[in-house]
Design a protein around this ligand. Structure first.
Ligand code: F6R
Length: 582
């Protein structure tokens, strides 16, 4: 939920860390801080607010070793004191942390009893006081971190520096941590986005790893034993993490969807699919948020095309109410770090299910956990709201359906990106003006368009802050009709097929209750323009393709509505990109 970055090398650390933190702000942005080891010892600077709007003081810090943090508050409100780094009582050791120390309250009680002074309300601060105690014994930072880590329960990616040592110690458990190996310099960060500009060579740490990073080498230990982690070449381009002329990352990422879809379709073939995915008798999907919606689209498509039953579970419910499952379990998570999805997959493994992860992030926790992983090819997604990762997830899942159904859809999937491209230039001015004036919006669809409606509503609420709900179209009359009025527009997904006629009836029922209807339907449809207030035509001749194009319409509608309302589109309030807490 937070972003961390550390540096040791030939250049001044603070400006590099500040730039890195700006790229990590999508992970959290309520406060920030930097610490360096300079000529004057340990220096630090931390503040409430966003580093992208307030970086000048941090840049003044001197030294070629440093760590930084951008926060998404979990323990303690966003303020200067709770911002990281946190320092020990002597002011010579500094720590930044991503994750949650679950047993912090008990540790804090013990440390306070032993005389430590706490300056924040965070869970993190216990870590630096524990290190302080062990450091006092041997004056060895690696030893101190190795000794205290077994006392921590929960998740952590930690970066630790001390003004008595010319190195950085890093540790990982259930929170991502990558080490970038540059030319005479080394980085450690939550993900590759702050590192890409400097090097494409990276090592992903595993749970339990503790590494010491000095001027000349990186040594990684697990359970005290020296281990090696493969050096990987990351082929994401630097352009991927820049806005490239777009007003927001979200719009850029929406425009990258044809490429993301095509690249993913090309990458996932019957040869690259793991054996156990070829012919499943039943499938369980676990996921959260938007990824849950892709799971629901997958359920409709697989059950319809192949008659293979699919069970879909919110990963957050699965842990506490585990259903009886067997066979194949698919965890869908673009970040690969969502705590609930990781836990659900662990439980599935414990029950001898075969597990498949679908993720966008190489080296992510989920890829280490599952029996097999399919990586989508979306490239880095910076905007908090998922768009191109959603489309790329669909590409993976549609290829799985295609493969199980005997590859009947291969040609259609290879060309689907063209329809996505076509829809990007659609004019939504009329629909946006209806939405900007609304307090509540309903989204309705049937079959695979029902989860498209759910996703459209989620996009609208998370970035425009307008209350929006997705419904299976037939359900609206079982209660929500009471809310319909000229102030509650309904967005209806009404494409050709078995449910077209009943959707037309539903739209008429909604119109009769006074609700303005924005209909999304097949281009060339002659009835919808007659009965709907606004008609949005979409290309594509199959449900697969129309799921994609209608979805892009709803993403754009949410985007332009949020922009018209002056919202912070890429960093909506209270949210973060990667939800590593339960
Ligand atoms: C919404 C959104 C979230 C995520 C959810 C799961 O735009 O991005 O709903 O889909 O937090 O995240 P992942 O896919 O990383 O597990």
């Amino acid at each position: 939920m937070c972003g961390i970055v550390g540096y040791i090398g030939r250049r001044e650390a603070a400006p590099l860390i500040v730039e890195g933190l700006k790229k990590l702000e999508y992970r959290g942005y309520d406060s920030f801080g930097v610490a360096t080891i300079g000529g004057m010892g340990l220096e630090f600077d931390k503040h409430k607010g966003r580093i992208s709007e307030n970086d000048q003081s941090a840049i003044q810090l001197k030294g070629k070793i440093g760590i930084g943090h951008t926060r998404w508050a979990t323990h303690g409100i966003p303020n200067d004191a709770n911002a990281h780094p946190h320092l020990d009582c002597t002011g010579t050791i500094a720590v930044v942390h991503n994750g949650i120390i679950e047993n912090y309250a008990e540790l804090k009680r013990q440390l306070t009893a032993r005389g430590h002074t706490f300056r924040s309300d965070t869970d993190t601060e216990v870590v630096v006081h524990l290190i302080e105690e062990e450091y006092a014994k041997k004056k060895d930072l690696l030893f101190a971190v190795q000794t205290i880590v077994p006392k921590l329960e929960g998740s952590y990616a930690l970066l630790v520096i001390s003004n008595n040592e010319e190195r950085m110690i890093v540790a990982r458990n259930a929170s991502p941590l990558v080490i970038g190996i540059g030319d005479g310099e080394t980085f450690a960060a939550s993900d590759m986005t702050p590192i890409l500009e400097h090097t494409e060579r990276a090592m992903f740490l595993e749970d339990g790893d503790i590494a010491t990073i000095s001027w000349s080498e990186v040594a990684i230990y697990n359970q005290g034993i020296l281990v090696t982690r493969p050096l990987e070449l990351i082929d994401w381009s630097l352009e991927d993490v820049k806005k490239g002329g777009f007003a927001h990352f979200m719009l850029k990422e929406i425009y990258e969807q044809p490429q993301a879809f095509y690249n993913t379709i090309r990458a996932v073939t019957s040869e690259t699919l793991p054996d156990f995915v070829h012919n499943p008798t039943s499938v369980t999907v676990v996921a959260c948020g938007s990824s849950y919606h892709t799971g629901l689209i997958f359920k409709y498509l697989l059950e319809e095309s192949c008659r293979v039953p699919v069970r879909l579970e919110f990963a957050s419910e699965f842990k506490y109410y585990p259903p009886p499952i067997e066979g194949l379990v698919i965890g869908i998570t673009q970040s690969g770090e969502t705590a609930d999805t990781l836990t659900a997959l662990k439980q599935a493994k414990a029950r001898n299910c075969k597990t498949l992860a679908v993720t966008n992030i190489l080296g992510s926790s989920v890829s280490r956990l599952a029996d097999a992983t399919i990586f989508m090819r979306a490239g880095p997604e910076i905007s908090v709201a998922a768009t191109k990762s959603f489309i790329a997830q669909l590409a993976v899942l549609m290829q799985i359906v295609n493969n199980i159904s005997g590859r009947k859809c291969s040609a259609m999937l290879l060309h689907a990106h063209q329809a996505i491209e076509e829809i990007l230039l659609i004019d939504l001015t009329a629909a946006v003006s209806v939405c900007t004036g609304a307090k509540d919006i309903f989204y309705v669809g049937r079959g695979p368009f029902y989860p498209v409606a759910l996703e459209g509503a989620l996009k609208m609420k998370e970035i425009s802050y307008i209350h929006a709900e997705g419904y299976a179209a037939g359900e609206l009359k079982h209660g929500p009709f009471a809310l319909l009025s000229p102030e509650t527009p309904v967005i209806a997904l009404c494409t050709p097929g078995d449910t077209y006629a009943v959707m037309i009836s539903n739209i008429k029922e909604m119109k009769a209750r006074g609700a303005p209807v924005i209909a999304v339907g097949n281009e060339g449809d002659s009835e919808l323009p007659e009965i709907a207030d606004i008609f949005i035509p979409i290309p594509g001749t199959t449900p697969f393709v129309q799921v994609l194009t209608s979805l892009v319409v709803l993403q754009l509608l949410a985007y332009y509505t949020a922009v018209a309302l002056g919202r912070d589109v890429d960093k909506p309030r209270n949210l973060a990109k990667s939800v590593t807490v339960e």
